[in-house]
Write a protein of this length. Structure first.
Ligand code: ZN
Ligand code: ZN
Length: 400
């Protein structure tokens, strides 16, 4: 029996278990960086399989195989939920103010399934598979914390792969959707512009410096960055979601504030816009006799799909599922990339990586809500394919 047939069959046999584990996690969602019950669940399940694990950076890491026999590939699954009250009406709904509306309960279950498959083939693995169960993906902090605490060391990781399940698209479940190579998600950075004017009486504006006037000009000036300084066709956004300052109609306030987010897909553009944002904010403020101070928070970079890792992802998926089950993401999502963020980027900036998408809910079958919606639901019937893909990718990558 070939590895693809073997792994596919083993995954199929795990289907019921994948569903049960997912439902347990779904019913017990945890938020942000501390997921004590989820971490315990994962560690217990790994222990049942005879896999040692340890806690690191709020998550769990475990190894299967032998680093002395070859290289190490990391498989990532995230475990955190969202602060949303569930409205699916499912019998295993969560009841509190948290919900697995992004499918991370599924990722955790699928990765546990892959662990079971790989453990049973451990002697055949020509290298090592490192499992990474991370917290805090939604707050873009979990992967970073685990990298900081050494998830990529001991043994050193040579490459990484992840799966994200999607619902609410017009496609049957169980298909592998391949995002484009290079930047495959946007990098979001938040900025706060604190404008300092000089307060005064509304009847004597000449003795004051109006920070609201500065804020208004700054808002307009910042739009020109995208329309005049970014080349046509490149994806970059600058959206201001908050402007404030002042209380009364007859008082020139002392201060004003602008908060916004810049999203980019190219690291050079990202640097450029950050620099221009500061120059424009300070320049406009000084033009009108005020001052501006900019706080800029880099949240996470873009996920970079390594061309070779991505090609292997396509080849391996075709081997195990067949040609017709592997499709480019372009047909289903703008430009073949995520317009949102994914903190797997902190891994992909260190080692060659591949982010894959797997469909898990066809809108035509009633799975009409996509991520982060209180009614988001996923079709469970193809879960085994996720476990199979994780396991098969790791096995084949180590063989090559
Ligand atoms: Zn999400
Ligand atoms: Zn997610």
């Amino acid at each position: 029996m070939t590895d693809s047939v073997k792994i596919f069959k083993m995954a199929e046999e795990l289907q019921e278990k994948l569903v049960q584990n997912r439902r347990h996690l779904h019913k017990n969602p945890e938020l942000f960086m501390e997921l004590p019950k989820t971490v315990q669940f994962v560690q217990d399940k790994l222990a049942e399989l005879g896999i040692e694990s340890k806690k690191i950076g709020g998550g769990v890491v475990a190894n299967i195989g032998d680093p002395a026999k070859g290289r190490t590939i990391l498989l990532r699954g995230d475990m955190d939920a969202l602060p949303i009250e569930e409205e699916t009406g499912l019998p295993f709904s969560a009841t509190g103010k948290a919900m697995h509306a992004c499918g991370h309960d599924i990722h955790t279950s699928l990765l546990l399934g892959a662990a079971e498959i790989l453990k049973s083939m451990e002697n055949e693995l020509p290298g090592n598979v490192k499992l990474m169960f991370q917290p805090g993906e939604e707050v873009l902090s979990g992967a970073k914390a685990m990298v900081k605490e050494g998830v990529l060391e001991n043994p050193q990781v040579d490459a990484a792969m992840m799966i994200h399940v999607f619902s609410g698209m017009n496609i049957e479940p169980g298909k592998v959707l391949v995002p484009k190579e290079g930047a495959a998600s946007m990098a979001p950075d938040e900025f706060h512009i604190n404008i300092q004017g000089k307060g005064g009486h509304g009847a004597m504006p000449h003795t004051a410096v109006d920070p609201l006037n500065i804020a208004a000009h700054t808002h307009i000036a910042l739009q020109e960055m995208i329309s005049r300084e970014i080349k046509p066709g490149e994806k970059a956004l600058c959206v201001i979601g908050h402007m404030s300052g002042g209380e009364a109609g007859n008082v020139v306030p002392d201060k004003a504030k602008i908060i916004g987010v810049i999203r980019t897909m190219d690291p050079n553009t990202r640097e450029f816009l950050k620099e221009r944002l500061v120059q424009i904010s300070k320049g406009v403020a000084s033009t009108f006799r005020g001052e501006a101070d900019v706080e800029y928070t880099i949240q996470c970079p873009s996920v970079i799909n390594d061309p070779e890792m991505r090609q292997k992802g396509i080849d391996f998926a075709k081997e195990i599922f067949g040609e017709e089950d592997v499709l480019p993401l372009d047909g289903y999502m703008d430009d073949g990339m995520l317009s949102g963020s994914e903190d797997f980027s902190f891994i992909s900036e260190k080692v060659p990586s591949f982010m894959s998408i797997m469909s898990m809910g066809n809108a035509a079958d009633g799975y009409e809500y996509s991520h982060h919606h209180p009614k988001t639901d996923f079709d469970e019937k193809m879960f085994y394919r996720g476990a199979a893909y994780y396991a098969y990718y790791a096995m084949r990558w180590l063989q090559e």
